[in-house]
Design a protein around this ligand. Sequence first.
Ligand SMILES: Cc1cc2nc3c(=O)[nH]c(=O)nc-3n(C[C@H](O)[C@H](O)[C@H](O)COP(=O)(O)O)c2cc1C
Length: 345
Amino acid sequence: MSINIGTITLTHGLMLAPMAGVTDRTFRRLCKRYGAEYLVSEMVSAKALCYEQRGKRKSLSPSGTAPLAAITREETPMAIQLFGSEPKFMAEAAKLLEESSYRGCQSEIPPVAIDINMGCPVRKITGNGEGSALMRNPQLAGEIVHAVSRVVTLPVTVKIRAGWDASSINAPEMAKILEEAGASLICVHARTREQLYAPGADWQVITDTKRAVSIPVVGNGDVNSAEDAIRLFAQTNCDGVMVGRGAMGNPWIFSEIIARLEGKTFAYPSVAERLRVASEHLEQMILHKGERVGLAEAKKHIAWYLTGLHGAASARARIMTAEKQEDVVRVLDQMVIESEEKHPF
Ligand SMILES: Cc1cc2nc3c(=O)[nH]c(=O)nc-3n(C[C@H](O)[C@H](O)[C@H](O)COP(=O)(O)O)c2cc1C
């Protein structure tokens, strides 16, 4: 199962889903190390990126928009995801990203594609006609893709939902419109906006979308193990699989899926290795974002790494109140010692 996006080929079509507040540089690099073949940035506001260019101040705030679009060499191939509802701003932002020469740009390397968000369910976004609100406005959705693909040479990809609600499932029709407008790939999150992130995804809409278009279709929703990925490929005939929450605290899911696809066995890392990577995750986030922000943001990741481990509840409680990196590392080291005492061999 391989997939082509512009000039790049992904052997297995295995992608890390964009997740705002989760899939930052540190997490993306770890997922890539363990097998993710393609990364997507957290969503970036097209309008905010454009307005940032018009500002007069010399230095940009580190919490501005441009840092969200930064790509390091270790992360390629990576797409940047834009959200917005105005074709003019979407096109302008896409061009800036392609040229990678905008004010505040921290990228070492340009993106390999521009992805457009048509799935975000958050009211603040849909209230502006952005994200999944575009599922209710296929004409505007098409105009956005058309405007963006006219100004960039990079492939334009779109991440959509099944539809707005159960009575308006329209991913196959949307995909056709977007393909005609110039999209090179469609990723379908098999839930409606109304469902948010639960209950279970209904993959039938991925099958239907794959039948409707000739560009590659990537399936997304509830891939939490290698078995899920194999089933998704088999049931829907999709060209690629995008993993979201299943990778939280578990970047090894990509190695597991690749092993299964290649008919090889895969052994999950030991508790000690898992916790060593959790410590590394913390260290890298602090290096990237500074101790205060890095520590605060890393805590949720560390908590995910502990899922299913003996003593996780009390360790999590101590980590959540930790004020320094050393305090968290001490908790993780203690867990390693306890796990080795329980399973000395
Ligand atoms: C915390 C969080 C943030 C997300 N942020 C984005 C985003 O920025 N852009 C996007 O297209 N989807 C976003 N999503 C949706 C995911 O990319 C994915 O479609 C969804 O989680 C379903 O996949 P899963 O069942 O594998 O998690 C987000 C999901 C979560 C849980």
